[in-house]
Design a protein around this ligand. Structure first.
Ligand code: NAD
Length: 510
């Protein structure tokens, strides 16, 4: 592992285009910039240095209530849902252009707020723009079906927006998760209340600036700031909200599902994972090593679909693990603004301690640590850094094997044959993602079909496409985002029957 450093970023310059009221970055509700109703504020910190970067409004239940009222009013007035799909699409295409035109700025905002390297935030910004484009295009495409029924009836379906959608997102992809939520919902004609993570709200607020400049109707997009237990919970339980879409931890997902029973609102949950990356003895060796690293250390392992369990066939184990450790130790860890940096910090001191708790648990349970496990010192001592870590000689019941660590910690599990690989792979409560590396294409397909997971890869790890559905089996979630599935999840289906033989039914005598 090599440490990279960088001079302090010019915070004022990076955040120059964010709105401020009395020095506080406000939220965006009903087409207006607003401070928190009860005056709350929250200080944000650069995860790479521990330095304060901004003060943002910290909303309360009252702010959630106001945002819900604004969205409800906008939806019920039809200011957005009644526009022709082509008009909604035109505005969403312009929004995508704005995002692209401000690519550098948005990259720097997310790198400052989240810590991830610029090459990762560049990917996020480009993908966010493309997500809005994809759904802008989908808005004008055919969505209904016709049915050949045994009666003189023209029977068909139309898709209509669900109504007011509460959308709660985590901190690991601040801008991209906002795009995954807002793009399909707006394309389908809904009114949205997005609550970013309280740790990383800055790019969502910058995005609100584009919605404002492009004159989206007031109340159609609201960005409300604050904690999950207050603002997030208020969105999940409000009877005025028709749908709640959540990305975050499985425990939080469970509480959101319970709160959503108030009015049986529609729910989409994208939750945690402990995904297996299975490497057979006949895999292309260097490719498999490379993707094993990418699978776990991209975004410092803070990825729901991270390949956090490496399942390696015994015949290959020693050679593979030796090479993996050699490569993991070369990863350049540091400030995301340094172009040399390959892996950034953990999001917060609290989360770093959580990850370290798992490293301690790994030792206590008898796993063997092959590399990492330590904080970084020197110029990086004030950031939340943890070196790329690998545990070997694990057993399936260990906490580090079963629980989502959400950090740069890889656990190695060894298997004998295809059947035992599948058994180990499916042996957690999660079912988000998984991959297999082998040059035997029939074996690859057999194994993938046996994985109880929603997103899978053969001879690669992590590629994600706006066009294809994303979501988990088991306790990794409910529903799918992205692709046409993601659009459908923001619509209700209405059946329409037109009588083609208009005369009294004759059911009752006259
Ligand atoms: P988290 O569950 O703590 O928080 C996510 C969001 O939920 C935040 O905005 C938070 O404020 C809010 N929240 C917290 N408690 C709430 C409550 N009681 N009611 C309503 N909202 C509440 O998760 P996190 O730590 O921000 O993110 C990490 C987790 O997200 C990991 O478990 C990861 O696997 C998951 N994740 C999943 C996906 C996916 O697509 N499946 C993608 C990214 C992250």
């Amino acid at each position: 592992m090599q440490a990279t450093t960088h001079p302090a970023p010019h915070v004022e310059q990076i955040l120059a285009n964010l709105p401020r009221i009395n020095g506080v970055i406000p939220m965006y509700v009903d087409g207006e910039w607003r401070l928190a109703a009860e005056g709350g504020t929250r200080e944000l910190f650069n995860p790479a240095s521990g330095e304060p970067i901004a003060v943002v409004a910290e909303g309360s239940v009252e702010d959630a209530r106001r945002a819900i009222a604004a969205a409800r009013n906008a939806f019920d007035q039809g200011t957005w849902s009644s526009l022709a799909a082509a008009e909604r699409a035109a505005l969403l295409f312009r929004l995508a252009d704005e995002i692209e035109a401000h690519r550098e700025e948005l990259m720097r905002i997310d790198t400052l707020n989240n810590g991830k390297p610029l090459r990762e935030t560049e990917y996020d910004v480009v993908d966010a723009a493309n997500c809005f484009r994809y759904y802008a295009g989908l808005a004008t495409k055919p969505h209904g079906q016709t049915f050949d029924v045994p009666a003189p009836s023209q029977t068909f379906t139309v898709r209509e927006p669900i109504g007011v959608c509460g959308q709660i997102i985590p901190w690991n992809y601040p801008l991209l998760m906002a795009a995954w939520k807002l793009a399909p919902a707006l394309a389908a004609g809904n009114a949205c209340i997005l609550k970013p993570s309280e740790l990383t709200p800055l790019s969502a607020i910058r995005l609100a600036g584009f919605f404002d400049e492009l004159k989206f109707p007031p109340g159609v997009v609201n960005i409300v700031l604050g904690a999950g237990a207050t603002v997030g919970h208020a969105l999940a339980e409000s009877p005025l909200v028709d749908k709640i879409a959540f990305t975050g931890g499985t425990k939080t997902g469970r509480s959101i599902m319970q709160a959503a029973t108030s009015n049986l609102k529609k729910i989409s949950l994208e939750l945690g994972g402990k995904s297996p990356n299975i490497v057979f003895g006949d895999a292309d060796f260097e490719t498999a090593v490379d993707y094993a690293l990418f699978g776990i250390y991209a975004n410092a392992g803070q990825v729901c679909s991270a390949g956090s369990r490496l399942l390696v066939q015994r015949s290959l184990h020693d050679r593979f693990v030796d090479r993996l450790v050699e490569r993991a130790q070369k990863i350049r860890v540091g400030d995301g603004f340094d172009p040399q940096t390959e892996m950034g910090p953990i999001i917060s001191p609290v989360h770093r301690e959580r990850v370290e708790g798992y490293i301690a648990a790994g030792h206590a349970e008898g796993a063997r640590m092959l590399c990492g496990g330590n904080r970084l010192g020197g110029a990086l001592a004030n950031g939340n850094f943890i070196a790329p870590t690998i545990f070997d000689e694990t057993s399936p019941g260990m906490r580090i094997v079963q629980e989502e660590i959400f950090g740069p910690v890889l656990v190695v599990q060894t298997f004998e044959d295809e059947a035992s690989a599948i058994g180990l792979a499916n042996d957690t409560i999660y079912g988000l993602a998984g991959a297999v590396f082998t040059q035997d294409i029939a074996k690859a397909h057999r194994v993938i079909r046996k994985l109880r997971a929603g997103i899978t890869w053969i001879n690669t790890y992590h590629p994600t496409y706006n066009e294809a559905p994303w979501g988990g089996y088991k306790q990794s979630g409910i529903g799918r985002e992205l692709g046409t599935y993601g659009y459908d999840a923001y619509t209700e289906v209405k059946q329409i029957n037109v009588n083609l033989d208009v005369q009294p039914s004759g059911w009752f005598s006259d």
